[in-house]
Design a protein around this ligand. Structure first.
Ligand code: SD4
Length: 337
């Protein structure tokens, strides 16, 4: 049988204009056909989130309910300092949260710079289902949440407050990330932590419907009012029920500039496998700003309508979690550098 890599090389990928050919290639390296239900999410703590999503999926539940329930796990976990309760604050000491959600009909809801609410993903869902809008931010998002029964809470835990006070001593903003094999001394946040724990999750339910969710406290010690990629539909997450879904983690500014998750889904539409699509999006980031790309971490996960999944990142150190009837695993994302 012809080796796929050699075939692509021989054909000259740039010269392959027919999506038909690419579609054939994509199918030829399919790993999982009809593997539904299935859920994938970013980072190793995605496994616990997947377990909660699986409770919904295994009984024939809707992917939308699964992703909301799944990402609620890290949101409520104070030890996760990049999502929800206990998230690192901005440089003014305020915990501001970003989240978005999409259902199988292409409906979308989002909140950005939301304070005092443990589950921004549920507020995002309510924006989607109960308002004529897609996105609410800041004070308006908080008022909407409070009017709809969400409780106002203090999200700044003593641990995150301590880390912020430590950071104030230098007040130097620099994205700190999970990168293995750092040549230079690894950058760490006060308390010795990395800062890349946004959860992005895509699920395919037993009925073959896709939904996605993404939620984060954003980059630690960001400027007050800074919004990352995570709540931006098409950047931090995107789902098209005909094709697949994708989510991003990492330095959001770089993801926004290429509309990353939308790009991954569109590449799958053109025939790329989830893995190939994620790789191409990461390469696009590296091509745009090669110097920056070497310094930051960005990872994408993708799941297509057939239940095939993949991931790709800039630097070694990105992990993602997969749960289906056959698998309950954490995988290392393949990396560019
Ligand atoms: C952001 N993408 O706010 C998020 C940060 C992140 O893991 O992924 N952290 O830019």
């Amino acid at each position: 049988m012809i080796n796929r890599r050699k075939f692509v090389k021989a054909a000259g990928l740039a010269a392959v204009s027919s999506t038909y050919v690419l579609d054939a290639l994509a199918k030829s390296d399919s790993k999982k056909v009809n593997a539904k239900p299935i859920v994938i999410s970013t980072w190793d703590f995605g496994q616990a989130a997947n377990a909660a999503a699986w409770d919904v999926l295994k009984t024939g539940g809707r992917a939308l309910d699964a992703v909301e329930k799944g990402v609620s796990v890290p949101e409520a976990d104070p030890s996760n300092q990049s999502v929800g309760l206990g998230g690192f604050p901005d440089r003014d000491g305020r915990v501001t949260l970003d989240a978005c959600i999409m259902d199988e009909h292409g409906n979308a809801g989002s909140v950005a710079a939301l304070e005092h609410i443990v589950h921004p993903i549920s507020v995002a869902r309510m924006v989607m289902e109960k308002t004529p809008h897609v996105m609410l931010v800041g004070e308006g998002a908080l008022q909407f949440a409070l009017k709809n029964g969400f409780k106002k809470e203090n999200l700044l835990t003593p641990e995150s407050e301590k880390a912020w006070k430590e950071w104030l001593k230098t007040s130097k903003y620099e994205p700190v990330m999970n990168i293995e094999n750092r040549k230079a001394a690894p950058k760490k946040l006060p308390g010795g932590k990395d800062n890349h724990d946004t959860i992005g999750m895509i699920a395919l339910d037993a009925n073959g419907n896709l939904s996605g969710a993404c939620t984060t406290s954003g980059m630690a010690f960001k400027m007050h009012g800074r919004v990352g990629d995570s709540p931006i539909i098409g950047a931090g997450m995107f789902v098209d029920n005909e094709i697949g879904g994708a989510a991003a983690t990492g330095v959001g500014e770089e993801v926004i500039k290429i509309v990353g998750s939308f790009l991954v889904v569109e590449l799958m539409r053109q025939g790329r496998t989830p893995q190939q699509a994620c790789q191409e999006a990461v390469e696009r980031i590296a091509k745009r700003d090669p110097k920056k790309a070497k310094e930051v971490q960005i990872g994408f996960i993708a799941l297509n309508k057939r239940g095939e999944y993949g991931a790709y990142c800039l630097q070694a150190g990105f992990t993602y979690a997969v749960k289906s009837n056959d698998e309950d695993i954490v995988l290392k994302g393949k990396n560019l550098f």
